[in-house]
Design a protein around this ligand. Structure first.
Ligand SMILES: Cc1ncc(COP(=O)(O)O)c(C=O)c1O
Length: 357
């Protein structure tokens, strides 16, 4: 018998969410962000589903971008961290990969590489995130080096708190101040900005998490309220049922101790499948569509759920939904002190995937 765990990936939901992004983007174009193996959903699968409905794909991994090209992808491909060493430039040129440049050395190296003028270049501006990007002086220097060498320069920035209380106005102001004398194409919004700040979208939006049905600001609006559908549903089965007497514990560390007689279901899913080990007792789980809670420590291959209040017939062979359809990943993430991004990206390669749509 094969282990009953599976991740169901609903490609119709992925396309639906992309249509939601399109609706918010208006006339702006969409880079679908598919880094980190499409946030754990499978790069080829996501690309197959989105290629008719997006304007391009953005990712970090150069080797995966080359694979997409080799497989015949003809849409624009954006490399969000550009190239890491100048010896990658011939590959960028051959595969027509658009780099995001963030350091002046990269600009110099690109200019010296025989870069074709018709292949666009993105320049990243640091407007407050303080990770990557040019300041005003660096931007001016980059422009001088690129003058006459590339036909299209797109200016991009990334928002630090589009999902939080500071919002984006402070970064937009800096962006405008840095680009005041330039007539430019702009790439600004991640999912949070796309959904919250129509003034901060730019010409090319870069939605990621919303495509996969995660809410970028779940404390403010749920995925359902944002009209987003879950794409990944992680499911397994109850492979054993245990009766606990008062005072007995379950799992490593004996962290959960029953205060009354309890029925506990043992689910074939653990941290080696991508379920967060730090999820505490009380984290929501669905069993046969009924809501219950995680008990005790998550182990490598198993976790325990409370069946005490569920009907007697719910037992071994019952379906446990860890997140997805019927149980938003955002809720599980919140209970586990993380974000849906991390849950999705952590899906382990040993979990078989079932595609829908
Ligand atoms: C530069 C850049 N743009 C866009 C995104 C997409 O962000 P989100 O998944 O929050 O929409 C990311 C993701 O981290 C990113 O690094």
């Amino acid at each position: 018998m094969t282990r009953p765990i599976r991740a169901v990936i609903d490609l119709n939901a992925l396309r639906y969410n992309c249509a939601v992004a399109r609706r918010h983007a208006g006339v702006a174009k969409l880079w679908s962000v598919v880094k980190a193996n499409a946030y754990g959903h499978g790069l080829e699968r996501a690309v197959k589903a989105l290629k008719e409905v997006t304007d391009g794909f953005a990712l970090i991994e150069v080797d995966r971008a080359i694979q997409l090209r080799s497989a015949g992808m003809s849409l624009p491909i954006l490399l969000l961290e550009g190239f890491y060493a100048p010896d990658e430039l011939p590959v960028f040129i051959r595969s027509r990969l658009i780099p995001v440049l963030h350091r002046i050395e990269q600009v110099r190296q690109l200019v010296e590489s025989g870069w074709p003028a018709d292949l666009p270049v993105y320049l990243k501006l640091d407007t407050g995130m303080h990770r990557l990007g040019f300041d005003a002086e660096g931007l001016a220097a980059a422009y001088i080096l690129l003058a006459g060498k590339v036909d299209e320069i797109v200016l991009m920035t990334h928002f630090a708190d589009a999902d939080g209380p500071r919002g984006v106005a402070w970064q937009l102001e800096r962006f405008d101040a840095m680009t005041v004398n330039l007539t430019v194409t702009r790439s600004l919004a991640n999912s949070a900005a796309l959904l919250r700040f129509p003034e901060a979208i730019g010409d090319w939006a870069r939605p990621g998490i919303m495509l996969y049905g995660g809410a970028p600001f779940p404390q403010l609006r749920s995925a359902a309220e944002l009209d987003l559908k879950p794409v990944m549903t992680l499911q397994s089965e109850i492979i054993a049922v245990r009766a606990l007497a008062p005072g007995e514990s379950v799992g490593y560390g004996c962290t959960f101790i029953a205060e009354q007689a309890m029925r506990v279901g043992i689910v074939a899913c653990g941290y080696a499948d991508g379920y967060p080990r730090h999820a505490p007792t009380g984290t929501p789980v669905l069993v046969d569509g009924l809501r219950t809670r995680l008990l005790g420590r998550v182990s490598m291959d198993k976790l325990c759920v409370d069946l005490t209040e569920l009907p007697e017939k719910v037992g071994a062979g019952g379906t446990a939904t860890l997140w997805g359809e019927g149980l938003p990943a955002d809720e599980v993430a919140l209970a586990a002190g993380t974000i849906s991004y991390e849950l999705f990206c952590a899906l382990a390669s040993r979990v078989p995937v079932v595609e829908l749509g």
